[in-house]
Design a protein around this ligand. Structure first.
Ligand code: F6P
Length: 760
């Protein structure tokens, strides 16, 4: 047998210690992860129970009597339709059972639970919870008190299945142990290789070479290769290390590395900076209330280039040069806005007419009928031509990167493609895409689809909208659908159709410019004439019927009906930016919101206090952040929304990890911000119950939820959104260029054969 050489012994000992250390670490990590996720799931189950009971409360209260066991039992069965609720019981305040569902386990008697509920109430923890085992596995019990006019009349017990937690625990454990196995194996291999290398004295030799010691000419080429390799590895590992966070800098580098720093041209209807005349005769800069602008502006700051947009400010002509150009951001100029001037009739037909009376309601499910007029369509086409011309004038070469934004400019991709066949065109659709049946009612559906398919990449917020788009194309256009690649091929050219959920700048420059949460809380309450401990809710929107402002105010009204103790204590502040007021539906909405506010204030107001404060004006971003920071709850109640960046802005503003987000399930954001209280804004019982839960939520739970949402928005920020689209565009670009290089000679040979010339 060969003796083990002494120098190898040390690494082996090291390896054993390393593997044991890793094992210990994995074990501890498994315990911590399991404990944390468990607490999290249990909290979630508790909240679901509270929402279910609050939602059904009016009906429960009606039958809260031993003589109503049957209807009460039916109500409980209704609640247990939720797949994770196994059984339910209703108990009166003395611990007497009023009704149960058939599966309710006998061992959880009302008489036993009543003591716990009473002591929970004494400590103002309203819901008592526990975890128990029954033969089918672990279950979670929540006893939620039921109140009538502030007095408890008993409690509802909901039994949740915790089997899913055990399943998720098992998956987490498997993952951690697999990771341990992998790390242990990698550590062992590295140790063995290092031991062997050092034993043979190779590392010293290699180091000498890398330091430039390899003077022998025969080693020079190898040395050069090794140096190049090392440089590349260092560069790649730096890029990987950056990997966690997408920043403006990383986006710039991506543009440089993948697209060789080529100029980016953005084209949208709305411009990022409007110059407006003030009543005093001066000029002020306005940041418009627009999700599109919120997202794209930081991208342009990072990438520079040109942003082509409608010059709609009253002092826009005055501040632009003779070609309609102005450098922005004011004071930190890094890119240019190329303004497109539109006449009143053009704006009426293209913007108010086809875009906002036709396409906007077509794409949103908000019970407003689209209006399609032939003259609007003619203007829309003409204005799209004007935007495409402006883009072609703004670009440098014949293969620019153009980012076309939104439904105002659906024809622009095709128009640019016709003029610049080699351009990389990314079109992003900021609003939902309807199902093909609904889209089919548009008289110009084929033209719109064909216009969009001029793009190289077509982006939507969600996969669902991508599917709707591809289905519409499949139904109305002659194309080939490549479902595997998620692409549509038309006239030999492919358009990738991909989801790119949009986001916001992180960290946001507005949050840095505003005082901290304590100061905002105090100053906003002071301004509104509220005491320091007043509860404040906030809503922030353009006044648009898709935003569910009416439903939101009605939910606040219902909350005050159900929770009399909140009257005089709770104020809801609605920041409402007037929008598209030349359109009748928007004017009607304005009036409805005003009437509703007056009615609620008349019902629940008191001397010196109104429950709803309606601030109907444009608010600059810094002012919006102040309200976000001052609020205990932010309610985003959109009836249909591609993403909704207000939800993400609220999360970004809450550096103090406080405040609760109540979020409509009909927003794209609800798919990402799952720690918000997700509600159906049409269901006033549920929405008002969620507001009540939000206002009572413990500081710890607020922190846990906010922390998770902040981590998500930080990671999936707008730089990542743009970076992913640009990397995909770069891949397409290289592929197209390679195809061009390969096909050019073939075309040349064919041409020569056709004309009868020969090559020399
Ligand atoms: O995000 C959707 C969107 O329609 C943007 O295109 C637009 O800038 C924004 O909402 C605000 O609307 P408007 O530009 O009509 O004021």
């Amino acid at each position: 047998m060969r003796a083990i050489h002494p120098p190898v012994m040390r690494p082996i000992r090291f390896m054993v210690v390393l593997v044991l250390g890793l094992a210990l670490l994995t074990f501890v990590a498994a315990l911590v992860v399991q404990q944390t996720t468990r607490t999290w799931f249990e909290n979630d189950v508790k909240l679901r129970a509270e929402l279910a009971v609050h939602g059904a409360r009016p009906a429960l209260v009606r039958h809260w009597d031993p003589g109503h066991a049957q209807p009460l039992g039916r109500l409980l069965e209704e609640i247990t339709r939720d797949e994770r609720i196994l059984a339910a019981a209703a108990c009166n305040a003395d611990g007497v059972v009023l009704a149960t569902t058939p599966e309710y386990p006998g061992e959880f008697s009302c008489a036993e639970i009543v003591d716990h509920v009473e002591s929970a109430e004494a400590t103002s923890a309203t819901t008592w919870t526990t975890v128990r085992s029954i033969p089918s596995g672990e279950v979670h019990l929540s006893a939620v008190p039921v109140y009538v006019e502030g007095q408890p009349i008993g409690f509802a017990v909901l039994v949740h299945d915790l089997g899913f937690v055990a399943r998720r625990d098992a998956k987490t454990r498997t993952f951690l142990f697999a990771a341990f196995g992998f790390l242990a194996l990698a550590a062992s291999l590295v140790t063995i290789v290092a031991a062997r290398t050092s034993w043979r004295g190779w590392s010293a030799e290699l180091r000498r070479f890398l330091r430039g010691g390899g003077h022998r000419p025969e080693f020079q080429p190898i040395l050069r290769d090794v140096r190049e390799l090392v440089d590349r590895l260092v560069a790649e590992s730096e890029a990987d290390r950056e990997g966690g966070a997408w920043t403006a800098e990383r986006l710039k580098q991506t543009l440089r590395r993948h697209l060789h720093g080529e100029q980016v041209v953005v084209v949208s209807n709305r411009e990022p900076y409007l110059h407006e005349r003030t009543p005093e005769g001066g000029i002020t800069v306005v940041h418009p209330a627009s999700g599109l602008v919120t997202a794209l502006e930081p991208i342009m700051r990072a990438c520079s280039g040109v942003w082509v947009a409608h010059g709609s400010g009253s002092a826009d002509r005055q501040t632009a040069d003779a070609h309609g150009r102005v450098r922005v951001p004011p004071g930190e100029e890094s890119y240019a806005i190329q303004r497109v001037w539109l006449g009143a009739e053009e704006e009426q037909g293209y913007y108010f007419g086809l875009s906002n009376e036709g396409l906007w309601p077509l794409c949103h499910i908000a019970d407003v009928r689209p209006v399609f007029r032939g003259e609007d369509w003619a203007r829309y086409r003409a204005v799209n031509e004007r935007f495409a011309d402006a883009v072609c004038d703004a670009v440098d070469g014949d293969d620019p990167i153009v980012l076309v934004q939104d439904y105002h400019l659906a024809l622009v991709p095709r128009l640019i493609r016709e003029r610049l066949p080699r351009a990389t065109i990314i079109m992003f659709w900021h609003i939902p895409w309807p199902n093909s049946e609904r889209f089919g009612i548009c008289p110009w559906r084929e033209e719109l689809l064909d216009g969009m398919l001029g793009a190289s990449i077509l982006g939507f917020h969600t996969r669902f909208h991508c599917h709707n788009f591809v289905d519409s194309v499949d139904r109305f256009l002659e194309t080939r659908i490549d479902r595997e690649q998620s692409a549509v091929v038309r006239q030999g050219r492919a358009t990738l159709v991909r989801p790119y959920p949009i986001s916001i700048e992180w960290p946001s420059r507005w949050t840095a410019a505003v005082p901290d949460a304590d100061e905002c809380r105090a100053s906003v309450r002071h301004e509104l004439g509220l005491p320091a401990d007043a509860l404040v809710g906030v809503g922030v929107d353009r006044l648009d019927y898709t935003k569910g402002v009416e439903e939101r105010l009605r939910a606040v009204e219902r909350l005050l009906e159900r929770q009399p103790e909140l009257r005089g204590r709770f104020t809801f502040v609605q920041l409402a930016a007037p929008s598209r007021t030349a359109i009748e539906k928007y004017r009607e909405l304005n009036e409805t919101v005003e009437r509703l506010t007056d009615r609620i204030n008349a019902r629940f107001g008191r001397p010196g206090h109104v429950p709803i404060v309606l601030l109907r004006a444009h608010h600059e971003p810094a002012s919006v952040v102040r309200y976000y920071r001052a609020a205990d709850v932010c309610y985003v109640s959109s009836l249909h929304d591609g993403m909704n960046l207000v939800a993400k802005e609220f999360v970004a503003a809450r550096e103090d990890e406080r405040g609760v987000l109540v979020l409509s399930q009909f927003t794209g954001a609800a798919r990402e911000l799952t720690e918000a209280l997700i509600v159906n804004p049409y269901d006033l019982e549920q929405a008002s119950a969620a507001l009540a839960v939000a206002l009572r939520m413990s500081v710890d739970e607020q922190r846990d939820r906010m922390r998770a949402m902040r981590a998500l928005v930080a990671e999936f920020n707008v730089y990542r959104w743009a970076g992913r689209m640009l990397v995909d565009a770069a891949r397409l670009r290289s592929r197209d260029r390679l195809t061009d290089r390969l096909t050019e000679p073939v075309i040349a040979i064919a041409e020569r054969a056709r004309t009868g010339t020969t090559s020399r």
